[in-house]
Design a protein around this ligand. Sequence first.
Ligand code: NAD
Ligand code: UPG
Length: 327
Amino acid sequence: MRTILEANSHDDIRFDILSNPEFLAEGTAINDLLYPDRVLIGGLQTPEGFKAQQALAEIYEQWVPKDKIITTNLWSSELSKLAANALLAQRISSINALSAICEATGADIDEVAYACGRDSRIGPKFLKASVGFGGSCFQKDILNLVYLSEQLNLPEVAAYWKQVVDLNEYQKKRFVSRIIKTLFNTITNKRIAVLGFAFKKDTGDTRESAAITLCKDFIQENARIYIYDPKVSEQQIFYDLSGPEVTYDIKDLKKRVTIVQSAYEASANADAIVVATEWDEFKELDFERIYKSMNKPAFIFDGRLILDAEKLKSIGFRVHTIGRANF
Ligand SMILES: NC(=O)c1ccc[n+]([C@@H]2O[C@H](COP(=O)([O-])OP(=O)(O)OC[C@H]3O[C@@H](n4cnc5c(N)ncnc54)[C@H](O)[C@@H]3O)[C@@H](O)[C@H]2O)c1
Ligand SMILES: O=c1ccn([C@@H]2O[C@H](COP(=O)(O)OP(=O)(O)O[C@H]3O[C@H](CO)[C@@H](O)[C@H](O)[C@H]3O)[C@@H](O)[C@H]2O)c(=O)[nH]1
Protein backbone atom coordinates (compact mmCIF):
# COMPACT_ATOMS: atom_id res chain seq x y z
CA MET A 1 0.00 0.00 0.00
CA ARG A 2 2.84 2.34 0.91
CA THR A 3 4.60 1.64 -2.41
CA ILE A 4 1.43 2.43 -4.37
CA LEU A 5 0.72 5.64 -2.47
CA GLU A 6 4.31 6.85 -2.65
CA ALA A 7 4.46 6.12 -6.38
CA ASN A 8 1.36 8.29 -6.83
CA SER A 9 2.65 11.22 -4.77
CA HIS A 10 3.68 14.41 -6.60
CA ASP A 11 4.46 18.04 -5.79
CA ASP A 12 0.86 18.98 -4.90
CA ILE A 13 -0.06 15.91 -2.94
CA ARG A 14 1.87 13.43 -0.80
CA PHE A 15 0.88 10.56 1.43
CA ASP A 16 2.30 9.42 4.74
CA ILE A 17 1.53 6.04 6.23
CA LEU A 18 0.58 5.75 9.89
CA SER A 19 -0.22 2.69 11.95
CA ASN A 20 -3.03 3.34 14.42
CA PRO A 21 -4.26 0.00 15.80
CA GLU A 22 -7.65 -0.19 17.47
CA PHE A 23 -7.85 -1.81 20.92
CA LEU A 24 -11.59 -1.67 21.60
CA ALA A 25 -13.32 -4.84 22.76
CA GLU A 26 -16.82 -5.83 21.66
CA GLY A 27 -19.53 -5.01 24.15
CA THR A 28 -17.52 -2.09 25.57
CA ALA A 29 -16.62 -0.32 22.31
CA ILE A 30 -17.95 3.15 23.13
CA ASN A 31 -16.38 3.23 26.58
CA ASP A 32 -13.07 1.98 25.13
CA LEU A 33 -13.20 4.70 22.49
CA LEU A 34 -13.96 7.45 24.99
CA TYR A 35 -11.54 6.28 27.70
CA PRO A 36 -8.78 4.25 26.05
CA ASP A 37 -5.89 2.90 28.14
CA ARG A 38 -3.67 4.24 25.37
CA VAL A 39 -3.69 5.35 21.76
CA LEU A 40 -0.87 4.04 19.62
CA ILE A 41 0.39 5.88 16.54
CA GLY A 42 3.26 4.37 14.57
CA GLY A 43 5.00 6.24 11.78
CA LEU A 44 8.11 6.40 9.68
CA GLN A 45 11.02 7.93 11.56
CA THR A 46 11.41 10.80 9.07
CA PRO A 47 10.52 14.51 9.47
CA GLU A 48 7.38 13.90 7.32
CA GLY A 49 6.52 10.80 9.36
CA PHE A 50 6.82 12.69 12.66
CA LYS A 51 4.64 15.50 11.26
CA ALA A 52 1.96 13.00 10.22
CA GLN A 53 2.03 11.36 13.67
CA GLN A 54 1.64 14.77 15.29
CA ALA A 55 -1.36 15.63 13.05
CA LEU A 56 -3.18 12.46 14.12
CA ALA A 57 -2.18 12.88 17.77
CA GLU A 58 -3.79 16.34 17.76
CA ILE A 59 -7.13 14.80 16.75
CA TYR A 60 -7.00 12.30 19.64
CA GLU A 61 -5.93 15.07 22.06
CA GLN A 62 -9.48 16.47 21.71
CA TRP A 63 -10.58 13.82 24.23
CA VAL A 64 -7.60 11.63 25.21
CA PRO A 65 -5.00 12.89 27.76
CA LYS A 66 -1.66 13.54 26.06
CA ASP A 67 0.25 11.06 28.23
CA LYS A 68 -1.93 8.23 26.91
CA ILE A 69 -0.92 8.87 23.31
CA ILE A 70 2.10 6.77 22.42
CA THR A 71 4.12 7.33 19.25
CA THR A 72 6.44 4.61 17.95
CA ASN A 73 8.01 3.42 14.75
CA LEU A 74 5.76 1.60 12.26
CA TRP A 75 6.87 -1.94 13.08
CA SER A 76 6.57 -1.40 16.85
CA SER A 77 3.01 -0.20 16.45
CA GLU A 78 1.92 -3.04 14.16
CA LEU A 79 3.64 -5.65 16.31
CA SER A 80 2.20 -4.18 19.52
CA LYS A 81 -1.33 -4.83 18.28
CA LEU A 82 -0.56 -8.51 17.63
CA ALA A 83 1.43 -8.74 20.85
CA ALA A 84 -1.33 -7.23 23.02
CA ASN A 85 -3.89 -9.75 21.75
CA ALA A 86 -1.39 -12.61 21.99
CA LEU A 87 -0.56 -11.72 25.60
CA LEU A 88 -4.23 -11.47 26.55
CA ALA A 89 -5.05 -14.79 24.90
CA GLN A 90 -1.98 -16.35 26.48
CA ARG A 91 -3.31 -15.41 29.93
CA ILE A 92 -6.60 -17.14 29.15
CA SER A 93 -4.86 -20.26 27.84
CA SER A 94 -2.65 -20.24 30.95
CA ILE A 95 -5.61 -20.08 33.31
CA ASN A 96 -7.45 -22.68 31.23
CA ALA A 97 -4.43 -25.00 31.40
CA LEU A 98 -4.50 -24.54 35.17
CA SER A 99 -8.25 -25.28 35.17
CA ALA A 100 -7.44 -28.80 33.92
CA ILE A 101 -5.09 -29.28 36.88
CA CYS A 102 -7.79 -27.97 39.23
CA GLU A 103 -10.34 -30.47 37.93
CA ALA A 104 -7.86 -33.29 38.49
CA THR A 105 -6.72 -32.22 41.96
CA GLY A 106 -9.64 -30.57 43.73
CA ALA A 107 -8.25 -27.03 43.55
CA ASP A 108 -10.75 -24.35 42.51
CA ILE A 109 -9.70 -22.25 39.50
CA ASP A 110 -11.54 -19.11 40.70
CA GLU A 111 -9.66 -19.32 44.01
CA VAL A 112 -6.35 -19.87 42.21
CA ALA A 113 -7.04 -16.95 39.83
CA TYR A 114 -7.98 -14.69 42.73
CA ALA A 115 -4.92 -15.64 44.77
CA CYS A 116 -2.58 -15.12 41.80
CA GLY A 117 -4.34 -11.95 40.62
CA ARG A 118 -3.84 -10.28 44.00
CA ASP A 119 -0.12 -10.16 43.19
CA SER A 120 0.17 -6.67 41.74
CA ARG A 121 2.74 -7.96 39.23
CA ILE A 122 0.15 -10.36 37.81
CA GLY A 123 -3.08 -8.36 38.28
CA PRO A 124 -6.66 -9.67 38.33
CA LYS A 125 -7.90 -9.05 34.78
CA PHE A 126 -8.28 -11.69 32.05
CA LEU A 127 -7.88 -14.59 34.44
CA LYS A 128 -11.40 -15.98 34.14
CA ALA A 129 -11.24 -19.62 33.12
CA SER A 130 -13.70 -20.54 30.39
CA VAL A 131 -14.61 -23.12 27.82
CA GLY A 132 -12.22 -21.26 25.51
CA PHE A 133 -11.68 -17.80 24.08
CA GLY A 134 -13.39 -16.79 20.85
CA GLY A 135 -13.93 -13.63 18.84
CA SER A 136 -12.63 -12.42 15.52
CA CYS A 137 -9.28 -11.19 16.81
CA PHE A 138 -7.36 -13.45 19.21
CA GLN A 139 -6.93 -16.51 17.02
CA LYS A 140 -6.38 -14.49 13.84
CA ASP A 141 -3.76 -12.25 15.44
CA ILE A 142 -1.87 -15.10 17.11
CA LEU A 143 -1.81 -17.07 13.87
CA ASN A 144 -0.54 -13.92 12.19
CA LEU A 145 2.26 -13.81 14.76
CA VAL A 146 2.97 -17.50 14.16
CA TYR A 147 3.17 -16.91 10.40
CA LEU A 148 5.44 -13.92 10.88
CA SER A 149 7.74 -15.90 13.18
CA GLU A 150 7.97 -18.73 10.66
CA GLN A 151 8.71 -16.28 7.86
CA LEU A 152 11.48 -14.79 9.99
CA ASN A 153 12.92 -18.28 10.49
CA LEU A 154 12.03 -18.35 14.18
CA PRO A 155 10.31 -21.77 14.47
CA GLU A 156 10.64 -21.99 18.28
CA VAL A 157 8.92 -18.63 18.66
CA ALA A 158 6.19 -19.72 16.24
CA ALA A 159 5.64 -22.96 18.18
CA TYR A 160 5.43 -21.05 21.47
CA TRP A 161 2.59 -18.81 20.29
CA LYS A 162 0.84 -21.60 18.38
CA GLN A 163 0.49 -23.45 21.66
CA VAL A 164 -1.83 -20.69 22.94
CA VAL A 165 -4.29 -21.56 20.15
CA ASP A 166 -3.75 -25.32 20.52
CA LEU A 167 -4.50 -25.14 24.23
CA ASN A 168 -7.70 -23.24 23.43
CA GLU A 169 -8.83 -26.04 21.11
CA TYR A 170 -7.90 -28.58 23.76
CA GLN A 171 -9.99 -26.73 26.35
CA LYS A 172 -13.11 -26.95 24.16
CA LYS A 173 -12.55 -30.64 23.37
CA ARG A 174 -11.82 -31.39 27.02
CA PHE A 175 -15.14 -29.83 28.05
CA VAL A 176 -17.04 -31.86 25.44
CA SER A 177 -15.32 -35.08 26.61
CA ARG A 178 -16.25 -34.33 30.20
CA ILE A 179 -19.87 -33.81 29.20
CA ILE A 180 -20.05 -37.06 27.22
CA LYS A 181 -18.28 -39.05 29.94
CA THR A 182 -20.60 -37.65 32.60
CA LEU A 183 -23.70 -38.43 30.54
CA PHE A 184 -22.79 -42.12 30.82
CA ASN A 185 -20.45 -42.13 27.80
CA THR A 186 -23.05 -41.34 25.17
CA ILE A 187 -25.17 -38.37 24.19
CA THR A 188 -26.90 -40.06 21.27
CA ASN A 189 -30.47 -38.75 21.15
CA LYS A 190 -30.02 -36.99 24.48
CA ARG A 191 -31.44 -33.53 24.71
CA ILE A 192 -28.92 -30.81 25.52
CA ALA A 193 -29.83 -27.20 26.24
CA VAL A 194 -27.07 -24.84 25.12
CA LEU A 195 -27.30 -21.49 26.85
CA GLY A 196 -25.48 -18.82 24.87
CA PHE A 197 -23.99 -18.89 21.41
CA ALA A 198 -22.11 -15.56 21.15
CA PHE A 199 -18.34 -15.61 21.79
CA LYS A 200 -18.89 -13.53 24.93
CA LYS A 201 -21.72 -11.64 26.62
CA ASP A 202 -23.10 -8.29 25.44
CA THR A 203 -22.51 -9.00 21.76
CA GLY A 204 -24.37 -10.88 19.05
CA ASP A 205 -21.06 -11.75 17.35
CA THR A 206 -20.38 -15.47 16.97
CA ARG A 207 -17.04 -15.40 15.16
CA GLU A 208 -14.82 -18.21 16.55
CA SER A 209 -17.31 -18.70 19.38
CA ALA A 210 -16.53 -21.74 21.55
CA ALA A 211 -20.25 -22.60 21.31
CA ILE A 212 -19.80 -23.45 17.62
CA THR A 213 -17.23 -26.15 18.39
CA LEU A 214 -19.31 -27.51 21.27
CA CYS A 215 -22.50 -27.70 19.21
CA LYS A 216 -20.78 -29.27 16.20
CA ASP A 217 -19.33 -31.95 18.47
CA PHE A 218 -22.75 -32.56 20.05
CA ILE A 219 -24.30 -32.92 16.59
CA GLN A 220 -21.58 -35.35 15.51
CA GLU A 221 -22.38 -37.39 18.62
CA ASN A 222 -26.05 -37.44 17.56
CA ALA A 223 -27.41 -35.36 20.43
CA ARG A 224 -30.48 -33.16 20.00
CA ILE A 225 -29.59 -29.60 20.89
CA TYR A 226 -31.80 -26.69 21.89
CA ILE A 227 -29.96 -23.39 21.67
CA TYR A 228 -30.89 -20.09 23.27
CA ASP A 229 -28.95 -16.85 22.92
CA PRO A 230 -30.52 -13.46 23.66
CA LYS A 231 -28.76 -11.69 20.79
CA VAL A 232 -27.78 -14.18 18.07
CA SER A 233 -30.29 -14.80 15.26
CA GLU A 234 -31.51 -18.26 14.26
CA GLN A 235 -30.16 -17.70 10.74
CA GLN A 236 -26.68 -16.93 12.08
CA ILE A 237 -26.65 -20.06 14.27
CA PHE A 238 -27.59 -22.33 11.36
CA TYR A 239 -25.01 -20.61 9.19
CA ASP A 240 -22.30 -21.20 11.83
CA LEU A 241 -23.27 -24.84 12.39
CA SER A 242 -23.36 -25.87 8.76
CA GLY A 243 -20.07 -27.10 7.36
CA PRO A 244 -18.10 -30.12 6.21
CA GLU A 245 -17.78 -31.66 9.71
CA VAL A 246 -21.56 -31.73 10.11
CA THR A 247 -23.69 -31.02 7.03
CA TYR A 248 -24.39 -28.18 4.63
CA ASP A 249 -28.05 -29.19 4.49
CA ILE A 250 -30.00 -26.93 6.85
CA LYS A 251 -32.97 -29.35 6.71
CA ASP A 252 -30.74 -32.12 8.07
CA LEU A 253 -29.32 -29.78 10.68
CA LYS A 254 -32.81 -28.89 11.85
CA LYS A 255 -33.41 -32.54 12.74
CA ARG A 256 -30.75 -32.16 15.44
CA VAL A 257 -30.81 -28.43 16.24
CA THR A 258 -33.69 -26.27 17.50
CA ILE A 259 -33.37 -22.57 18.24
CA VAL A 260 -35.62 -21.39 21.05
CA GLN A 261 -36.59 -18.06 22.58
CA SER A 262 -35.73 -18.59 26.26
CA ALA A 263 -33.50 -20.57 28.58
CA TYR A 264 -36.66 -22.16 30.05
CA GLU A 265 -37.77 -23.41 26.64
CA ALA A 266 -34.29 -24.77 25.96
CA SER A 267 -34.15 -26.62 29.29
CA ALA A 268 -37.62 -28.21 29.28
CA ASN A 269 -37.24 -32.02 29.01
CA ALA A 270 -33.46 -31.63 28.65
CA ASP A 271 -30.99 -34.16 30.00
CA ALA A 272 -28.33 -31.53 30.45
CA ILE A 273 -27.74 -27.78 30.34
CA VAL A 274 -24.47 -26.41 28.97
CA VAL A 275 -23.60 -22.78 29.69
CA ALA A 276 -21.49 -21.59 26.76
CA THR A 277 -21.72 -17.78 27.10
CA GLU A 278 -21.62 -15.75 30.32
CA TRP A 279 -24.82 -13.73 29.73
CA ASP A 280 -25.90 -12.02 32.99
CA GLU A 281 -29.50 -13.21 32.57
CA PHE A 282 -28.37 -16.83 33.07
CA LYS A 283 -27.38 -16.00 36.65
CA GLU A 284 -30.92 -14.80 37.40
CA LEU A 285 -32.80 -17.84 36.08
CA ASP A 286 -35.36 -19.66 38.23
CA PHE A 287 -33.40 -22.91 38.55
CA GLU A 288 -36.08 -24.57 40.73
CA ARG A 289 -38.46 -24.21 37.80
CA ILE A 290 -35.82 -25.41 35.35
CA TYR A 291 -34.97 -28.43 37.50
CA LYS A 292 -38.62 -29.50 37.65
CA SER A 293 -38.91 -29.32 33.86
CA MET A 294 -35.82 -31.45 33.12
CA ASN A 295 -35.24 -35.19 32.80
CA LYS A 296 -33.55 -36.72 35.86
CA PRO A 297 -30.75 -36.90 36.76
CA ALA A 298 -30.53 -33.26 35.69
CA PHE A 299 -27.00 -32.27 34.71
CA ILE A 300 -25.63 -28.78 34.37
CA PHE A 301 -22.23 -27.97 32.87
CA ASP A 302 -21.03 -24.46 33.59
CA GLY A 303 -18.43 -23.53 30.96
CA ARG A 304 -18.19 -19.96 32.25
CA LEU A 305 -18.13 -20.29 36.04
CA ILE A 306 -21.08 -17.96 36.46
CA LEU A 307 -23.57 -20.13 38.35
CA ASP A 308 -23.88 -20.76 42.09
CA ALA A 309 -22.90 -24.44 42.09
CA GLU A 310 -23.75 -24.99 45.78
CA LYS A 311 -27.26 -23.63 45.31
CA LEU A 312 -27.81 -25.69 42.17
CA LYS A 313 -26.61 -28.78 43.96
CA SER A 314 -29.04 -28.16 46.82
CA ILE A 315 -31.89 -28.00 44.28
CA GLY A 316 -30.85 -31.45 42.99
CA PHE A 317 -28.71 -30.71 39.94
CA ARG A 318 -25.55 -32.68 39.17
CA VAL A 319 -23.17 -29.76 38.67
CA HIS A 320 -19.95 -29.77 36.64
CA THR A 321 -17.93 -26.59 36.41
CA ILE A 322 -14.79 -25.77 34.43
CA GLY A 323 -11.86 -25.67 36.81
CA ARG A 324 -13.52 -27.53 39.67
CA ALA A 325 -13.57 -31.19 40.55
CA ASN A 326 -16.98 -32.89 40.56
CA PHE A 327 -18.98 -32.85 43.74
N1 NAD B 1 -14.21 -6.42 16.22
C1 NAD B 1 -13.39 -5.84 17.08
O1 NAD B 1 -13.58 -5.89 18.28
C2 NAD B 1 -12.16 -5.11 16.60
C3 NAD B 1 -11.35 -4.50 17.55
C4 NAD B 1 -10.20 -3.85 17.13
C5 NAD B 1 -9.87 -3.80 15.78
N2 NAD B 1 -10.69 -4.42 14.89
C6 NAD B 1 -10.31 -4.31 13.50
O2 NAD B 1 -11.29 -3.49 12.85
C7 NAD B 1 -11.53 -3.95 11.52
C8 NAD B 1 -13.01 -4.23 11.33
O3 NAD B 1 -13.41 -5.20 12.28
P1 NAD B 1 -14.94 -5.66 12.42
O4 NAD B 1 -15.01 -6.62 13.55
O5 NAD B 1 -15.82 -4.45 12.43
O6 NAD B 1 -15.10 -6.46 11.06
P2 NAD B 1 -16.42 -6.70 10.20
O7 NAD B 1 -16.09 -7.82 9.30
O8 NAD B 1 -17.62 -6.79 11.09
O9 NAD B 1 -16.58 -5.35 9.40
C9 NAD B 1 -15.77 -5.05 8.30
C10 NAD B 1 -16.62 -4.26 7.31
O10 NAD B 1 -15.80 -3.81 6.24
C11 NAD B 1 -16.49 -4.03 5.01
N3 NAD B 1 -15.45 -4.16 3.97
C12 NAD B 1 -14.59 -5.16 3.78
N4 NAD B 1 -13.81 -4.93 2.71
C13 NAD B 1 -14.19 -3.73 2.22
C14 NAD B 1 -13.75 -2.93 1.12
N5 NAD B 1 -12.77 -3.33 0.32
N6 NAD B 1 -14.34 -1.75 0.93
C15 NAD B 1 -15.35 -1.32 1.75
N7 NAD B 1 -15.80 -2.03 2.80
C16 NAD B 1 -15.23 -3.21 3.02
C17 NAD B 1 -17.27 -5.31 5.23
O11 NAD B 1 -18.35 -5.40 4.32
C18 NAD B 1 -17.75 -5.11 6.68
O12 NAD B 1 -18.96 -4.41 6.76
C19 NAD B 1 -10.63 -5.20 11.34
O13 NAD B 1 -9.44 -4.80 10.72
C20 NAD B 1 -10.37 -5.64 12.75
O14 NAD B 1 -9.17 -6.38 12.87
C21 NAD B 1 -11.84 -5.05 15.26
O1 UPG C 1 -10.72 -13.67 31.50
C1 UPG C 1 -11.19 -13.86 30.37
C2 UPG C 1 -11.40 -12.82 29.44
C3 UPG C 1 -11.91 -13.14 28.19
N1 UPG C 1 -12.23 -14.41 27.87
C4 UPG C 1 -12.73 -14.73 26.52
O2 UPG C 1 -11.83 -14.20 25.56
C5 UPG C 1 -12.51 -13.84 24.36
C6 UPG C 1 -12.16 -12.43 23.92
O3 UPG C 1 -12.66 -11.51 24.86
P1 UPG C 1 -12.37 -9.93 24.75
O4 UPG C 1 -10.92 -9.68 24.64
O5 UPG C 1 -13.09 -9.28 25.87
O6 UPG C 1 -13.15 -9.56 23.39
P2 UPG C 1 -12.75 -8.97 21.96
O7 UPG C 1 -13.88 -8.10 21.56
O8 UPG C 1 -12.34 -10.12 21.09
O9 UPG C 1 -11.48 -7.99 22.18
C7 UPG C 1 -10.13 -8.39 21.95
O10 UPG C 1 -9.80 -8.30 20.58
C8 UPG C 1 -9.97 -6.97 20.03
C9 UPG C 1 -9.72 -7.07 18.54
O11 UPG C 1 -8.36 -7.08 18.23
C10 UPG C 1 -9.00 -6.02 20.74
O12 UPG C 1 -9.13 -4.72 20.18
C11 UPG C 1 -9.34 -6.02 22.23
O13 UPG C 1 -8.42 -5.16 22.92
C12 UPG C 1 -9.22 -7.44 22.76
O14 UPG C 1 -9.60 -7.47 24.14
C13 UPG C 1 -14.00 -14.05 24.66
O15 UPG C 1 -14.44 -15.28 24.14
C14 UPG C 1 -14.06 -14.07 26.18
O16 UPG C 1 -15.14 -14.82 26.68
C15 UPG C 1 -12.03 -15.44 28.79
O17 UPG C 1 -12.31 -16.61 28.50
N2 UPG C 1 -11.53 -15.14 30.02
